[in-house]
Design a protein around this ligand. Sequence first.
Ligand code: AMP
Ligand code: MG
Length: 325
Amino acid sequence: MTATIIDITRDHDIALRRASDVLGEGFPIAIPTETVYGLAADATNPVAITRIYETKGRPRFNPLICHMADLEMAEHYAVFDPISRKLAELFWPGPLTIILPLKAESGIHSLATAGLDTVGIRLPKGFASELIRAFGKPLAAPSANTSGKVSPTSAQHVADDLGEKLKLILDGGSAPVGVESTIVRVEDGAIRLLRPGGVAAEEIEKATGLTVIRPEGPAAIIEAPGMLASHYAPGAAVRLNADHIEAGEALINFGSRSPKGIEHSAAVFDLSPSGDLAEAASNLFDYLKRADATGATRIAVSPIPDHGLGEAINDRLARAAAPRE
Ligand code: AMP
Ligand code: MG
């Protein structure tokens, strides 16, 4: 099988119709979202969900985020406390996933939630939203990549990795945010951050007036099911906070820094020469793939500020650099 690629801008109606058909047949498809490309399937169909896990080689204890068209649809499947509702009103549609109690018998299959009594819900922007509305059911969708590898931010990334395993890839150009959604859970009136992502924690604090409780160190980061330490891993080794470059290393730079020995680097990719963290997030996965493609045995990464979207960038980089199994 080789995936058909349809450009959603040029062939919008065809894309919508073909996507709904393939989803209805119980197969996953790759779709653009504002975060990264998703591997989407009918969240109520166990066969379709099983195909997501198989296609990605993803462990089944790692639950999938369920994508909805609007708040009304989300309320059909999950129970909203007042703070979660406020978060939904403030940040949806957008790159924020909220973990909520699942309404029993609502139709989301337990394979999508990995058997938990909660469900991670997000409302995506743009074409993904239109597709969910046309399809009429929530779409379970992790990132459209082999589990453990770097997430895709273009249709070409998906085709390179999973093109032989999929029927359909929708091409919506490069993903504007570039990192996955922020995941939060409201417990006892407090907002807990489970994964930093496309909405900065500071932004949530500013909008709600509440403190966002950060995970306590790397152990807590792994507490969310499936938040395995080694993830987003390119083929090459990754060395973080590099203030010098060793011969043969490729450099992922930030803010036009000039680490010692930069002239020895095999290649330089600057995530944002002007030091803009949103631009850096949107380039992160593509530049990791490009640095890897140079054949360098190691990728050195300049220090990235740890505020705003830097928190999500540093989280992904820490996993890319984590010891491999
Ligand atoms: P991914 O689809 O790869 O972006 O990963 C989704 C992540 O969402 C999982 O790894 C979990 O950490 C998290 N998640 C999804 N559903 C739940 C849930 N019900 N409870 C806690 N975490 C969840
Ligand atoms: Mg992923």
